[in-house]
Design a protein around this ligand. Structure first.
Ligand code: AMP
Length: 185
């Protein structure tokens, strides 16, 4: 199964992607995690993207697309995966479609986690993950970036009729059950 998990910062994408990965035995690919790990290990990529992540801005499309394309060549992704944090712009979504086309593969589901905006800031500030982009000012910037750059990705996938809206308010388990039910329909 090839799944995209989509939603604003603080919606719980990472947590739910991890649970989907365990439930269906498919790898979880998080672009944000790739960047954070590169920064932690001070790799050339990490040095390149550190200030971008710190500000809550987006890494340029070509960079992200190149990285995802390269990563998906690994045979562990052959039978499916759950993408978290990608695609985050319409050009990334188009590039991802081309990657799928070239492989003759299709996207099975685009899960949109719906959480009211008022809840997002509180959730992020209280999750205490110690992320350098989890300060009030940076969270506001990430939400602005989401509204301007990322939300249009939803319209793009609406046209492909793969979007499944998931109520993202509730306990981790409740949300995970909603996801399972809708994937099994
Ligand atoms: P996330 O863990 O998905 O919240 O991502 C953390 C940060 O990594 C974002 O605020 C961006 O700076 C960067 N990032 C992650 N995925 C992407 C992407 N698909 N396109 C551009 N930047 C990204």
């Amino acid at each position: 199964m090839r799944i995209i998990i989509f939603g604003p910062p603080g919606a719980g994408k990472g947590t739910q992607a991890e649970l989907i990965s365990e439930e269906y035995g498919i790898p979880h690919l998080s672009t944000g995690e790739i960047f954070r790990s590169a920064i932690k290990n001070e790799t050339p990529l990490g040095k390149e993207v550190k200030s971008i992540l710190d500000a809550g801005d987006l890494v340029p499309d070509e960079k992200v697309v190149g990285l995802v394309e390269e990563e998906l060549r690994d045979e562990k992704y052959e039978d499916g995966y759950v993408l978290d944090g990608f695609p985050r712009t319409v050009p990334q979504a188009k590039a991802f479609d081309e990657i799928l086309d070239k492989k003759g593969k299709k996207l099975d589901a685009f899960l949109q986690l719906e959480v009211p905006e008022e809840e997002l800031v509180d959730r992020i500030l209280s999750r205490g993950e110690g992320r350098s982009d989890d300060t009030p000012e940076k969270v506001r910037n990430r939400l602005d970036v989401y509204r301007n750059e990322t939300q249009p990705v939803l319209d793009y996938y609406q046209e492909q009729s793969v979007v499944i809206g998931i109520n993202g308010v509730g306990s981790i388990e409740e949300i995970s059950n909603r996801i399972k039910e809708s994937l099994e329909k």
